[in-house]
Design a protein around this ligand. Structure first.
Ligand code: SF4
Length: 463
């Protein structure tokens, strides 16, 4: 779907003062084998048939036309899908931990003629028919972020780094979000913890960071820093750059994958991040964007131009993908994604094993399925563009190489990790989804006494 040749639409010309004049971003050349999608793909949906490329490429139009509820979505796609599919979607939505929000960009990259299998549909829109039973050890906050939170919106787990949750909103809501306890609007099943983006709420977080000299590195996330205003990006960035012990900052933004045109048309925002990046470099510090592409279908000529602008301006971009069953769990797709990212000067940094969160078991791989994919992929692209395959340990052990476990029981689908530099003497258990286990292993997990006995046994065995 992505890498086919299409009629071209004119790129928007960047007229910003800090961009070199009369120079096109160098990312896309017409002879490239990537040939990123450059047609009027949004016109496949009747409602946007008359929308021209200038309008579609404008971030304000995208935000105004974002779909934020199930009835709006149904209006949009009712002529493209069957009634049975719509019913399946409604039922799936009622059970989901995340609310709906999708940009027209992502909605129109979904192949609605094949929506059941489409990798972008699977990331954002649940179907009741594809739900799998939750593993009994799943949690709403699997990383225990709230347990390691000394101030509102701060998670302090590693000695020299903190996570700063600056907002609870994103340009889209992903089904598998690790922060479903706080991100997005309340759903039928979850009342979210409120982490709004206001200077008053941020102040205690800033003060905590400023009073801890060991902290050198801050991840600004949420929610998605893409939805912070330019002045808020500047406020956070300058406050942290002016904190002497802070050396590195990372802004987490899925936005580049789902609303890339913002970089071209929200020049105030693009200028704010570019200025911070320049300012950091002059101070001997660093700022990077950590983005979140999961599938090569998310990448179009619009993405290429956006990334070209950031690259020209010297803004470092790294990618953190999530391994998702039915989305990117093939060697071919992981390779295609990594190569496309590398071409756009985005470093493929991590592939995360799916987190143990409720309501999205259909998207999780077992640990060994992901290990096999890692082995098959390694060597296909240069080492500096090969992502690390990571498990973010349930219970707050931090990130570990997926291979680095202490013990594994393949039959019961349980893998034990330790993280001595983060939480000494604690073991962290990652459980495979039940649907990847044999019927007898599945029935083992339904017995609370057997589960407790197993966990006790593992703790003694690994000691
Ligand atoms: S963009 Fe990130 S924070 Fe927002 S819903 Fe998706 S995974 Fe969660």
């Amino acid at each position: 779907m992505t890498n086919t040749n299409h009629d071209t639409v004119a790129p928007i010309v960047l007229t910003n003062s800090s961009a070199p004049e009369n120079k096109k971003p160098a990312t896309q050349d017409s002879t490239s084998r990537y040939n990123f999608r450059n047609d009027a793909f949004w016109q496949q949906l009747p409602i946007w048939k008359e929308v021209d490329s200038k309008l579609f490429h404008n971030h304000l139009w995208q935000e105004k036309n974002a779909v934020t509820n199930i009835s709006g979505l149904e209006q949009l796609i009712k002529n493209q899908v069957t009634d049975a599919f719509l019913k399946d979607l409604e039922d799936g939505h009622r059970l989901a931990p995340m609310s709906i929000r999708l940009t027209p960009y992502i909605l129109s990259l979904i192949d609605w003629n094949n929506a059941l299998c489409d990798p972008l549909r699977r990331q954002f829109l649940p179907l009741a028919s594809e739900m799998e039973p939750d593993h009994p050890l799943l949690k709403l906050d699997p990383m225990g972020e709230q347990d390691d939170s000394p101030a509102s919106g701060i998670t302090h787990r590693y000695p020299d780094r903190v996570l700063f949750l600056a907002t609870h909103v994103c340009p889209v809501y992903c089904r598998y979000c690790t922060r479903s306890y706080a991100v997005g609007l309340d759903t039928d099943s979850i009342t979210k913890k409120k982490i709004n983006s206001s200077t008053e709420r941020w102040e205690p977080a800033f003060r905590y960071i400023e009073s801890n000299n060991n902290i050198e590195d801050v991840v600004i996330s949420g929610g998605d820093a893409y939805r912070l205003k330019a002045r808020q990006i500047t406020e956070i960035g300058e406050r942290l750059l002016n904190t002497p012990h802070i050396r590195r900052m990372r802004f987490a933004k899925k936005g580049l994958a789902v609303l890339p045109m913002k970089i071209e048309t929200d020049l105030e925002w693009t200028d704010a991040i570019s200025r911070l990046s320049d300012q950091a470099r002059k101070m001997g510090k660093s700022i990077a964007i950590h983005t979140h592409f999961n599938h090569s279908n998310e990448i179009t000529a619009i993405t290429a131009r956006a990334l070209g602008i950031l690259y020209e301006r010297g803004v470092v971009v790294r990618n953190q993908a999530v391994m998702l069953r039915g989305v990117n769990n093939t060697t071919e797709e992981i390779q295609r994604l990594n190569q496309s990212l590398a071409y756009l000067n985005i470093r493929p940094y991590y592939v995360f094993q799916g987190d143990m969160i409720r309501g999205v078991e259909t998207l999780r791989n077992s640990i060994n399925e992901t290990i096999e994919l890692e082995k098959a992929t390694r060597g296909m692209i240069a080492g500096h563009n090969t992502p690390n395959f990571i498990v973010d340990l349930p219970g707050g052990g931090g990130k570990r190489d997926i291979h680095s476990y202490d013990y594994q029981d393949k039959t019961l689908g349980i893998t034990v990790y330790s993280a001595p530099a983060v939480k000494k003497d604690k073991l962290f258990l990652y459980c495979d989804p039940l649907h990847t286990l044999s019927p007898s292993a599945q029935s083992f997990w339904t017995d609370p006494a057997a589960r407790a006995e197993l966990i006790k046994h593992l703790q003694e065995r690994v000691k």
